[in-house]
Design a protein. Structure first.
Lengths: 57, 652
C-alpha cells in the first residue's frame, strides 16, 4: 500500500470512528435512559442507598 | 402433573428430538455445500424444517399427542437403523461431528484473544437472558395472545391441526411458525417452554449473517463480530422469545441471502453437487417462509436484485444458467435413492409452503383469507375482514412513518415496537456510519445494500401503516452488521487509538443493546418477583398483568376447568390466556349481538355446550358487554359470577 493510500485509509477510518461517536451520542440522547432503566432498578434493589438519589430513570 | 408423567413426557420429547436430528444429519450429508458456515446454515435450517414437517404431518393425521409422536419417532429411528445405506450414513455422524469440531477450532483460533473473551461473555449473557425470560415469564405479546398461540393451544388440546370457530379470522393465515411452536407445547401439554420456538430462528439468523459476511470476503473475526452485532439487535432479541413469527421470516430471508451470495459469487470450476445443494436449500427456505408469513414475497425482489448484480447485469444470465446446468449435472450424478429422498424433501417443502393458502382458497375462494388483496385500486382477491394493499401512496406513508421512528427517540423499545424501529445502539451508532462508508467505497458491497433497500421499499408498498409495523423489518439491520464486518477488515492498526476506540464502542453498543432488552422494557423488578413466587407450572399468561385486563384472571380463578368456557371477544381480542398454561380449558365461541335478547343469549350458550360466558373490557365490543350486563341484572337469564364471567341463571 502506498503512503498516499495508507493516509487515505486512516483518514477514512478516523471519519467513520468519529461519525460513530457522534451517532452514539445522538442515539443515546433518546435511548440511554431507557437502556439503563432496568439495570438501575436492579442496582436499587441490591444497593437500597441508591433510592436516596432522586431523578434516576 | 406427577414426576413420573413429566419424565415420560420428556422421554417422548427426547426420542422425537433424536429422530429429527438423525433425519437432519442424514439429509445434511446429501447436501454438501463446501463451506463450513453455509453447512451450519444448512443443518439448522434442516432441523427447523424437519421439525415443522414432522409436527405438521402428525397434526394433519390427528396424532399430535406425546405418546403417538414418541411411537412415530421411535419407529423412524428403528427404520433408519434397519435400512443398510441409512445405517451406514448414521454411522458417519461421529466423523461428521469431529469434522465440525475441527472447523470450529479453526474458527476459534482465528479470533484474537480479546474477541474470544468477549464472545464467551456475550454468549453466556445471551444464554442466561434467554433461559431466564423463557423460564420466568408466560407469553404476553399481543398478536400471540390473539391468534398465534391460540392456534397452538387448540391444536395441542385436540391433537390435530384444524380450523375452529372463533371471531379471530387471522387463525387462517399461514402458520408454519405455529406448527413449530406446537413442538414446544405438545410433549408437556403446557406452555412453559413455548417461547423457545423463536430460538432456532435466532440461531439461524446469527449463522446466516456470518455466512453472508464470509461470502462478501470478510475475515472470520470481522464476520463473527458482524453476526454478534446483528444478534444483539433489540427488536430481534425481544421478538425471539415473544412467540411471534417475524424472527423466522428474518432468519429465512438471511439464510436465503447467504445461499444467494454464495451461488452468485461462485467462480468456475464449481462442484455440481454444491450448486444442487444450494438450490435445493434455497427452495426449501423460501417455501418454508411462504408458509410462515406472506410478506416474504415482498422481500424476494431485493434478493433477486442482489443475485443479478453480484455477477454483473450482463453476465448474470450466463452465470445463473451455468449454476442451473451444474445443479442438473449434480442431480444426474445422484443415486436413485438419494434422488428419491431429495424429491420427498422438496415435496414436504411444497406442502408446508402451499398448504395454508390452498386450504384457504378451497374453503373461502381467497388464498390470502382473511386478507382481501388490492393492487393500485384493483381488487385482486375479495373476502375477509382486512385488505392487503399494494400502492405507492402506502409507500410514501410508510416511509414517512419510518422517518418518524428513525432513531428510536419516541420511547423504550418494547416487543410490539410502538413508534420505534428497535434497531438499537449498534445499528444507529456503528452500523449506519459503516454502511454509508462501505456502500460508497466498496463496490462489491453495493449489490447487497441495493438488495436490502429494494426489499425494504417493496415491503413498504404493502404493509399497513401503524405504530407497530417495524416488526416486519427485523432482517434489515443485518445490512449494517455486514457493512461493519467489511469495514473492520479495512480498519488500519495504526494509530492504535482508532481500533481501540472502535472496539470499545462496539463492546459498549452491544452491552447497551442487551441491557435494554433484559426485561422487554416492560416488566418491572417487582413484577418479576410476583411471577417468580408461583411455581413454573402455574405461571399463567392470564395472571401476568402487563396488558391483561383483570377479567382474564377472574376466568382462571373462577371458571371451572372441567367445563367448557364460552367466550366472546372482538377480532383483535385475547383468547389464548383462557386456555390456561396447561392448555386444559376447553373453549367455545359464543356469538352475541347487541340486538340479542337475554333468553336467546342463554339459549346460544346452551347450544354451544357451556354454562359460562366470558367477556372483557377492551377485548369484547362495548355494546356486547353492556348487553350481557343487562342480562345479569334483576335475576335475568345470566348471573355475574365474577368480573367478566357470567353463568346461566339456574332459575332461567
Amino acid at each position: 500500500m502506498s503512503s498516499m493510500q495508507e493516509a487515505r485509509s486512516r483518514a477514512g477510518a478516523a471519519l467513520v470512528v468519529l461519525a460513530s461517536l457522534v451517532a452514539l451520542a445522538w442515539y443515546g440522547q433518546g435511548q440511554l435512559i431507557y437502556s439503563l432503566a432496568f439495570l438501575y432498578q436492579i442496582a436499587q434493589a441490591v444497593f437500597p442507598a441508591l433510592s436516596a438519589f432522586r431523578g434516576g430513570p | 402433573m406427577s414426576a413420573l408423567e413429566i419424565a415420560l413426557r420428556l422421554g417422548a420429547w427426547l426420542i422425537c428430538t433424536f429422530f429429527v436430528l438423525a433425519l437432519a444429519a442424514l439429509i445434511h450429508r446429501q447436501l454438501p455445500l463446501g463451506r463450513p458456515a453455509l453447512s451450519a446454515v444448512s443443518l439448522i435450517l434442516l432441523v427447523i424444517f424437519l421439525t415443522t414437517l414432522f409436527v405438521f404431518l402428525a397434526g394433519l393425521l390427528g396424532l399430535l399427542r406425546a405418546d403417538s409422536l414418541a411411537v412415530i419417532g421411535f419407529g423412524g429411528l428403528v427404520l433408519m437403523a434397519a435400512i443398510p445405506p441409512w445405517r451406514k450414513s448414521l454411522q458417519q455422524i461421529p466423523h461428521d461431528l469431529s469434522a465440525s469440531v475441527t472447523d470450529l477450532r479453526r474458527f476459534w483460533s482465528s479470533l484474537p484473544r480479546w474477541l474470544r473473551f468477549f464472545s464467551v461473555a456475550a454468549v453466556l449473557a445471551s444464554l442466561l437472558r434467554f433461559a431466564f425470560l423463557i423460564w420466568a415469564l408466560p407469553p404476553f405479546v399481543w398478536d400471540s395472545l390473539t391468534y398465534h398461540l391460540t392456534n397452538v393451544a387448540h391444536w395441542t388440546q385436540v391433537g390435530r391441526i384444524e380450523l375452529f370457530d372463533t371471531p379471530i379470522l387471522r387463525i387462517y393465515t399461514p402458520a408454519n411458525y405455529e406448527v413449530l411452536a406446537t413442538w414446544f407445547t405438545v410433549f408437556l401439554h403446557h406452555d412453559a417452554f413455548v417461547e423457545t420456538a423463536g430460538l432456532p430462528a435466532y440461531l439461524l439468523a446469527l449463522v446466516a449473517v456470518y455466512a453472508c459476511a464470509r461470502s462478501l470476503g470478510c475475515s472470520r473475526p470481522a464476520s463473527w463480530m458482524g453476526a454478534m452485532a446483528y444478534a444483539s439487535t433489540p427488536a430481534l432479541l425481544l421478538a425471539t422469545t415473544g412467540t411471534k413469527n417475524d424472527p423466522h421470516i428474518a432468519a429465512y430471508y438471511l439464510a436465503s441471502l447467504a445461499l444467494v451470495l454464495d451461488l452468485a459469487g461462485k467462480r468456475p470450476p464449481v462442484h455440481p453437487r454444491q450448486s444442487l445443494s444450494s438450490l435445493v436449500l434455497l427452495s426449501i427456505t423460501l417455501l418454508l417462509a411462504a408458509g410462515t408469513k406472506a410478506y416474504i414475497a415482498h422481500l424476494l425482489p431485493g434478493l433477486a436484485l442482489t443475485a443479478l448484480l453480484i455477477p454483473g447485469m450482463r453476465r448474470a444470465l450466463p452465470h445463473w444458467r451455468a449454476r442451473l446446468a451444474e445443479a442438473a449435472q449434480g442431480w444426474r450424478s445422484l443415486a436413485a435413492s438419494t434422488r428419491l429422498s431429495l424429491l420427498l424433501l422438496l415435496l414436504g417443502a411444497v406442502l408446508l409452503g402451499g398448504y395454508w393458502n390452498v386450504r384457504n382458497w378451497a374453503l373461502t375462494g381467497n388464498p390470502f383469507y382473511p386478507y382481501g388483496v388490492t393492487i393500485e385500486g384493483a381488487r385482486i382477491f375479495t373476502g375477509g375482514e382486512r385488505t392487503a394493499r399494494l400502492n405507492l401512496a402506502r409507500l410514501a406513508e410508510n416511509l414517512e412513518s419510518l422517518a418518524d421512528k428513525f432513531g428510536d427517540a419516541a420511547g423504550p423499545i418494547e416487543p410490539d415496537l410502538p413508534e420505534t424501529t428497535g434497531w438499537g445502539w449498534f445499528f444507529y451508532g456503528l452500523g449506519l456510519p459503516a454502511a454509508l462508508w462501505v456502500g460508497l467505497t466498496r463496490r462489491s458491497f453495493l449489490p447487497s445494500v441495493l438488495g436490502f433497500l429494494l426489499s425494504l421499499l417493496v415491503l413498504m408498498l404493502s404493509i399497513r401503516p401503524s405504530p407497530f409495523n417495524m416488526r416486519y423489518l427485523l432482517w434489515f439491520p443485518a445490512v449494517a452488521s455486514l457493512a461493519y464486518a467489511c469495514w473492520l477488515d479495512d480498519l488500519p492498526s495504526r494509530p492504535r487509538v482508532l481500533p481501540i476506540v472502535a472496539l470499545v464502542a462496539f463492546s459498549v453498543a452491544l452491552a447497551l443493546n442487551l441491557a435494554m432488552s433484559l426485561n422487554y422494557s416492560r416488566v418491572s423488578l417487582d413484577r418479576f418477583g410476583l411471577v417468580l413466587e408461583r411455581p413454573l407450572w402455574e405461571r399463567q399468561a392470564a395472571l401476568l398483568k402487563l396488558n391483561m385486563p383483570s377479567e382474564y384472571e377472574h376466568a382462571i380463578l373462577f371458571a371451572p376447568a372441567s367445563e367448557p368456557l364460552g367466550y366472546n371477544v372482538g377480532s383483535n381480542g385475547f383468547i389464548y390466556p383462557l386456555y390456561r398454561a396447561d392448555l386444559s380449558q376447553r373453549l367455545v365461541y359464543v356469538p352475541v349481538s347487541e340486538s340479542d335478547d337475554c333468553p336467546s343469549i342463554a339459549a346460544r350458550m346452551r347450544e354451544r355446550g357451556t354454562r359460562y360466558l366470558f367477556v372483557a373490557e377492551g377485548h369484547t365490543p362495548g355494546q356486547i358487554i353492556s348487553r350481557v350486563r343487562v342480562c345479569a341484572q334483576d335475576g335475568g337469564s345470566l348471573a355475574e359470577q365474577s368480573r367478566g364471567l357470567y353463568v346461566i341463571n339456574a332459575g332461567s
